[in-house]
Design a protein around this ligand. Structure first.
Ligand code: KDG
Length: 339
């Protein structure tokens, strides 16, 4: 609620029943256990971000607010965990924004290929007015968003051949996230996309159900995709944010002080996670090469051609998601680029 710690203290002393005064401590922080889950492994920068979040929250709450982290989709994949938050069965998850688009369509603007060229451009949109507008849509879906972490620029791996040009996508069976923009963009390039939850990807690649998948380098490394994929093409075709979600049911049960330290912990852990992610992506490239992947760059000219092929898809979805919002995002990117 909105009760200040001082007021709480007063009401606990004067007239509060035995139960009320026992439940509300002087600093407005109670003993709590937060179940937090992600799809990535603990060694992934996202996993390390969760470890940092746990440390920070436990420290800020004097050890009262405890975090139990679950990695590797042991609590389910992004969508399942998000639903568990809505039902009040789980407190925290940090999904890619992409699978949420079926629920809140506007998040789909982040799925437009080739919008961002650098992390800095992405941060200015995510941490600015556009990012906040989208977070503001969460409460009506029983979710609260405490900011954006980084999944990052996605690159294509496959078992068939290097992808250098738009034509090279033709006929490739590619796993995508459960997201209509990704599906249609890959179809437009002539690939055969199939949407699939993250935890099923390795097996699908291994069994040949799909030829390829796309993810940031740190994920390609920690998921050991090099064991089942020969080619890594540095397409950087889209930037995926993570969004730090809290169950609204849980959030509304917290005191103002508890909400404050939880926001701070998510924010500070997010800054740490973004920096680590950039470092780990660089390191991963070298490791994947050592593991035998055949790696190719995609020239800016070819990337531009891929973008042109996909453009009709982007235009169609821009209308659906809100042209004003898309324009606001693009002008923010232009501002950063101009500087
Ligand atoms: O922990 C996050 C993962 O569950 C997922 O979001 C990773 O980008 C991802 C994917 O390809 O599903």
């Amino acid at each position: 609620g909105v009760i200040l710690p001082g007021v709480l203290l007063l009401s606990a002393c004067s007239g509060g029943t035995q139960n009320e005064s026992a439940a509300t401590s002087a600093d407005g922080i109670q003993e709590r256990t937060i179940k937090a889950g992600i799809g990535n492994s603990e060694s992934h920068p996202q996993g390390q971000g969760m470890v940092k979040f746990k440390e920070l929250l436990e420290e800020k709450s004097g050890g009262k607010m405890k975090v139990q982290n679950f990695f590797d989709a042991t609590l389910g994949d992004d969508l399942k965990m998000t639903e568990a938050l809505q039902g009040g069965l789980q407190e925290v998850t940090v999904p890619s924004t992409s699978p949420l688009v079926g629920m809140i369509k506007e998040f789909g603007i982040y799925d437009f290929p080739f919008v961002f060229n650098t992390e800095k451009e992405a941060y200015s949109v995510l941490d600015g007015a556009v990012g906040q507008k989208l977070l503001d849509k969460l409460p009506e879906h029983d979710l609260v968003g405490l900011g954006y972490w980084e999944n990052g620029f996605r690159n294509l791996t496959n078992s068939k051949h290097p992808v250098n040009t738009a034509e090279d996508f033709k006929g490739l069976k590619i796993r995508t996230m459960q997201n209509e923009v990704h599906l249609e963009a890959f179809s437009k390039l002539g690939a055969n996309p199939s949407p699939m939850a993250f935890s099923e990807v390795f097996t699908a690649l291994e069994s040949g159900t799909v030829d390829g998948q796309e993810n940031p380098l740190a994920t390609i490394k920690t998921q050991k995709y090099s064991e089942v994929q020969d080619y890594l093409s540095l397409t950087k075709h889209v930037y995926t944010p993570f969004v730090f979600l809290v169950s609204k049911k849980f959030w509304d049960s917290l005191s103002e002080e508890e909400q404050k330290i939880m926001s701070e912990a998510a924010q500070e852990a997010g800054e740490y996670q973004r920096a680590l992610n950039q470092e780990e992506n660089e390191k991963a490239l070298k490791i994947l090469e050592e593991e035998g992947m055949k790696i190719n760059e995609v020239s800016p000219e070819e990337a531009e051609k891929m973008k042109e092929v996909i453009q009709p898809v982007t235009d169609e979805f821009a209308k659906k998601f809100g042209s004003d919002l898309v324009e606001e995002m693009m002008s923010e990117v232009e501002k950063v680029r101009g500087n």
